[in-house]
Write a protein that binds this ligand. Structure first.
Ligand SMILES: [Zn+2]
Length: 589
């Protein structure tokens, strides 16, 4: 062990939520300055989180244990006076009580930390190798994607800070199981009291790895760890090159065997899709990636126009590949797509903010949602997934079913990751679509990636013998166009949809709906109260705002569709039926 950097991490008193970090920086030159910086964000989660705010008791010493002077020079950086010193030892604590997949959480039941939210790096030395020593509390094991050094369980030889910062670590006395796919070891570990069914997971999780590996034609890592946090009501994930962190509802294992329709429980199915999604990222974004996404700038936002491709395409395949494992029936798959279409129709911001701009602005929009988010932007996951679906069908149509969107990913993977291990430049995804399809995708990208056109479903669905039909409530009804929620027997406005009667009349997020047309609302859904009304009716709406009663006069709107239905076209040609079967695996469902 002789790396120029050594880091030791321990949690001697987990009940304090404190992580103890000791870092040695060797091979200091005589320029008498050392700046240690704390990263501000976790790659994969596009928000500046300023991890330095959790650092306390920072101290610096020379090799004889004499204290060295230091000062903070900005919010994330410590400058240490190292004149005539060839190595420095730094110690500090990190407060860890933020339970998300990208932050740190330590208590008496476990310790979970992301090295990117825990470790500092010497300015200008991101390429240095690191000897990492993790000291778990007595009886706790270490779970992470790093390979332990020869003959050790607690020492790790880390190639550079990019590898270190891509490493989440879970410590605890947790249940886990191992499996191999194509000879590559995988570990699946769970923290949290739950109703998880380990036998079902042992059966199903390897299938997810296999289906993704089949698509890309290889397993690109030497080992992989699924770190799973089972938490009441939890949901979320974060991808890494050798691991993923997945948070899921502790009581979400609703039906772990396939039913007669070929489906698992909805919640358990969602968990498997989450695992499939984060594992898919081991290929797409952790290896094949846009230029801005690795190597990273750990001090600033890393902007890219391609998050829609990263997250949208991955969201498309997490579900499509689940169907490929046989753990999701084509009928249930179609139903999920129909739900996505409905969700998108409920985002007025889709007509304002393009996928490219939603990608670029993720740092200030997607990760900082507020009551106006739905009006001002669109989720690059949601629209990205649907656009990926249309792109897949478009390529299949253009090539007579010979090629599809997966060929685009394989081509980019081969040319940018396998050949050079470099991010692809802006425009490369579009160019690859052009080459694979043999057609010009400019109009598609102008409309749906760079532009804000409504997706012309028919244009893409008709050639594969499908149509999409909006389904309206047969009772008719009317709408104030607001997202509301029942809270303590009251109905509170959460979001007011742009262009609707609520916005026109001055309805505000936070208003409590008291009465509509003098009928008490209580906790009821306002649009349900308006089922006997119709578009154009004028009603008074009483709301409580900051303790005062207000009367708003609204001209009601037509409610949006309550669902969408994907249907097989009876008039479809033989070719269209073949294309449909090529995509869905079955002629109909
Ligand atoms: Zn993702």
């Amino acid at each position: 062990m002789s790396a120029p950097i050594a880091i030791r991490i321990q949690v001697p008193q987990p009940q304090t939520h404190l992580i103890e970090v000791e870092m040695r920086v060797m091979a200091l030159s005589d320029d008498s300055e050392l700046i240690l910086r704390m990263p501000v964000w976790s790659p994969g989660s596009y928000l500046v989180r300023e991890y330095a705010r959790h650092v306390q008791r920072f101290a610096a010493f020379d090799k004889d244990g004499e204290r060295l002077r230091f000062e903070k020079i900005d919010k994330t950086s410590w400058k240490i006076d190292v004149a005539h010193v060839d190595q420095v030892r730094v110690t500090y604590q990190v407060y860890a009580h933020d339970l998300t997949v990208r932050t740190n959480h330590v208590d008496t039941s476990h310790a979970f930390f992301n090295c990117v939210a825990t470790c500092m790096y010497p300015d200008g030395r991101l390429d240095d190798a690191i000897d990492l020593h993790i000291v778990p509390p007595e009886g706790w094991e270490i779970f992470c994607g790093l390979a332990p050094a020869e003959g050790s369980k607690t020492y790790f030889e880390v190639a550079d800070f990019d590898e270190l910062f891509d490493t989440p670590v879970e410590l605890g006395p947790h249940p886990y199981f191992d499996f191999e796919v194509e000879g590559v070891p995988h570990r699946f570990v769970m923290w949290g009291v739950s109703n998880a069914d380990i036998d079902a997971l042992k059966k199903h999780v390897p299938e997810l790895v296999k289906v993704n590996a089949r698509m890309f034609g290889e397993i690109p890592y030497e080992r992989y760890v699924f770190i799973n946090h089972l938490v009441d009501g939890g949901f979320g994930g974060l991808e890494h090159r050798h691991s993923s962190v997945n948070m899921f509802d502790a009581r979400g294992f609703d039906k772990v065997e396939l039913d007669e329709d070929g489906n698992l429980g909805k919640k358990y199915g969602n968990f498997l899709r989450l695992l499939c999604h984060e594992h898919f990222h081991a290929y797409h974004v952790k290896r094949l990636r846009p230029e801005a996404l690795g190597p990273f700038d750990y001090q600033n936002e890393n902007y890219t126009h391609d998050l829609w491709a990263v997250e949208g395409v991955t969201s498309y395949y997490d579900t499509y590949n689940m169907m490929g494992t046989g753990l999701l029936s084509p009928a249930a798959y179609v139903e999920l797509l129909e739900k996505r279409v409905l969700e998108l129709s409920q985002y007025p911001g889709r007509l304002l903010h393009s996928l490219e701009m939603a990608s670029f602005d993720a740092w200030i929009k997607f990760y900082r949602p507020d009551e106006n988010t739905r009006n001002s932007t669109v989720s690059y996951y949601l629209k990205g997934e649907l656009v990926s679906w249309m792109l897949d069908l478009w390529i299949r149509t253009k090539t007579g079913g010979e090629r599809d969107l997966a060929d685009v990913l394989r081509k980019l993977y081969r040319e940018h990751y396998k050949a050079r291990d470099e991010g692809y430049p802006r425009g490369a995804f579009e160019a690859a679509v052009g080459e694979i399809s043999g057609a010009d995708p400019t109009e598609f990208f102008d409309r749906y990636i760079r532009g804000t056109h409504e997706i012309a479903w028919e244009e893409f669905l008709a050639p594969v013998g499908l149509r999409l039909k909006p389904v309206h409530d047969e009772r008719g009804g009317a709408s104030i166009k607001a997202v509301t929620r029942a809270e303590d027997d009251r109905r509170v406005v959460r979001e007011v949809l742009g262009g609707g009667p609520g916005e026109q009349a001055g309805l505000c997020a936070g208003d409590v709906l008291v009465a509509i047309d003098r009928w008490e609302v209580a906790e009821r859904d306002p649009d349900e109260l308006l089922i006997d009304y119709e578009e154009g009716d004028v009603v008074d709406v009483h709301v409580l705002r900051r303790g005062r009663l207000h009367t708003l006069t609204m001209t009601l709107a037509k409610p949006g569709p309550k669902s969408y239905k994907l249907e097989v076209r009876a008039d479809a040609s033989q070719k269209a039926r073949e294309l449909r079967k090529g995509w869905l695996g079955v002629e109909t469902w």
